[in-house]
Design a protein around this ligand. Structure first.
Ligand SMILES: [Zn+2]
Length: 558
């Protein structure tokens, strides 16, 4: 490129930058002031990937969390939900979308972290640079978010680093500088191009409070200065807990620290000061006293016990099935494999009609694929359960189909010595979904999760579910992972606290029943005094608080 070409690109870049700065300072299109002048505000602090009980266990070393939860003189009201299940055993993206909409993935359309759409014969990934794909899918499927419900009730909301922002009035996004700096810092600190966790979380809070680069007008300070009020609902996603659990620093690795220890140390070192900064800021606005905080997490975490080669599944199937590659499009392939970590979702084409929307033949397509997969020691070693999708009313080679939607394939029985692995043995090894009880402690949850995850266009035909701690993960430097069907990944804890809570739910309560991340939307609407819409999959445990009351000291005024 000649000098002039380079110069003209530079000039264009400067112009785009100037235009962006100018546009960023224009008032937002919906310029009305935030709704209730002195009503309750809700702040959701989502600690991405934080395991069950981490805050509770470390509370004595978390002075700012303690101030927020217990109150400055230990008289604060709180409701603690120690046992909250994620929506589907899957991963962060479908869980987060379900959490902020209150409905299961099959309704949101964000059915997994990556999925194959049989109708368009394309792999779909809901993440993009513009961070609008999830919102667009929700729009297309007419799914409302918690921010939409608030907006319809006349309230205002703000989000920071959230992937689901449909309906929010001000949303602060990360940008290329943000991730670039975070990765460089990560490299300098740990010699790895992995974003630095503490940088990400500190920047998330500072952007939320006063904006980064050109987003001051969308920050809390910017909004407060302009409207002299703060939004009714603010949601911040802190990604650091997830990042540091995937890639903990060398000293913690060397000590073989548990994920709970890694997260506890991170909460003490990084998260607690951030909570302190947020409290001080809200105090300055005079709104801290009317604020209710939700401290939540979208999924738990596990230590990786065994890295399974990501390519093992491809290698097995490739012997007979053509897979997408340089010369084969997904449309013309026979099978498409998703890059899952604790599960592998395999989509099969009906190789007789060659139409992706036709159910693959149970014996003509599904059986040969399963035979190839089970041939490989490497896959048998990591496999716990194997499920096969049913096509009620469409495919009739199998035994009587039920409303289960899935068969459990008893692969151990099928492979038992002396058995001929023919068609009859294959059909005989199909069991109702309830047979999954043998494989999982949380079997009710696993069954429901499987039934509520996919749509007709997006359901895989075969799902391999790994043993506990076994993850398909090519990066051997990865220490922890999530998305499995076991309690470490599926259970988290929620806290509802803050000085604004006492006038809505006085006293201290510990919820005895298991809640779901789907309950977040109904609970937040409850606190904001907005009727919970019908047809949500989540329910509102705060409506009929079935909880153990915790006694306050006699010094606390009633
Ligand atoms: Zn993660």
């Amino acid at each position: 490129m000649n000098l002039y070409g380079r110069f003209s690109i530079l000039r264009r870049f400067v112009w785009v930058l100037v235009a962006q700065v100018f546009l960023a300072w224009l008032p937002p299109a919906n310029g009305a002031a935030p709704a209730a002048e002195m009503g309750t505000s809700v702040v959701i602090l989502e600690f991405h990937g934080m395991k069950q009980g981490v805050i509770a266990k470390n509370l004595k070393n978390l002075p700012h969390f303690r101030e927020l939860i217990n109150g400055p003189s230990d008289c604060g009201a709180y409701t603690y939900l120690p046992r909250v299940l994620t929506t589907v055993p899957g991963g962060s993206v479908p869980d987060i979308t379900a959490m902020y909409t209150g409905v299961y993935p099959r309704k949101t359309g964000i059915v997994s972290t990556t999925w194959f759409d049989r109708k368009t014969a394309k792999t779909r990934n809901p993440l993009s640079y513009s961070q609008q794909r999830i919102n667009n899918i929700l729009r297309r499927n007419h799914v409302k978010t918690i921010f939409d419900y608030l907006h319809n009730a006349g309230g205002k909301s703000m989000t920071a680093m959230l992937m689901v922002t449909k309906g929010s009035d001000w949303s602060l996004k990360s940008g290329v500088f943000f991730w670039g700096n975070a990765a460089t810092l990560g490299f300098l600190r740990n010699r790895r191009w992995i974003p630095d966790s503490s940088y990400i979380d500190r920047k998330t809070l500072s952007a939320f409070l006063s904006g980064h680069l050109m987003s001051y007008h969308k920050s809390l300070e910017g909004v407060f200065q302009r409207y002299h009020a703060i939004p009714d609902l603010m949601a911040l996603e802190f990604l650091g807990t997830d990042l540091i659990s995937h890639y903990p620093p060398a000293d913690l690795r060397k000590r073989c620290s548990s994920i709970a220890e890694i997260q506890g140390a991170y909460a003490i070192r990084v998260l607690d000061p951030l909570v302190g900064k947020l409290i001080r800021f809200l105090n300055k606005t005079g709104r801290y006293e009317t604020t209710v905080f939700f401290l939540i997490s979208d999924h738990g975490f596990s230590r990786i016990l065994k890295h399974v080669r990501d390519k093992a599944v491809d290698e097995s199937l490739r012997k007979v099935f053509s897979l997408p590659g340089w010369r084969t499009s997904e449309q013309s392939a026979d099978a498409v494999i998703m890059p899952g970590a604790s599960t592998k979702d395999i989509y099969l084409k009906n190789r007789s009609t060659r139409n992706w929307m036709d159910p693959p033949r149970l014996l003509g397509d599904v059986k040969p694929a399963i035979d190839l997969l089970l041939e490989k020691n490497e896959l048998r070693d990591c496999l716990n359960a194997l499920v096969i999708w049913q096509y009620p009313g469409e495919r009739n080679e199998g035994p009587l189909e039920t409303r289960d939607q899935w068969w459990v394939f008893d692969w151990r029985d099928y492979l038992a010595d002396g058995k001929h692995k023919g068609n009859t043995a294959f059909v005989d090894a199909l069991r109702p979904l309830s047979a999954i009880k043998k494989s999982f402690t949380l079997y009710d949850y696993v069954m429901r999760g499987l039934q509520m995850q996919y749509t007709r266009e997006t359901t895989p035909d075969i799902k391999l579910i790994n043993k506990k701690g076994y993850y398909f993960e090519p990066d051997r430097g990865k220490y922890g992972h999530h998305g499995s069907y076991y309690r470490d990944d599926c259970l988290v804890s929620f806290w509802i606290a803050g000085p604004g809570l006492a006038r809505i739910i006085p006293g201290r309560h510990v919820l005895t029943r298991t809640a779901s991340v789907l309950d977040l939307a109904p609970m937040v609407l409850h606190i904001l005094g907005i009727p919970v819409p019908p047809r949500l999959d989540g329910s509102d445990p705060l409506a009929t608080l079935n909880a153990k009351a915790v006694h306050l000291s006699s010094n606390c005024a009633p």
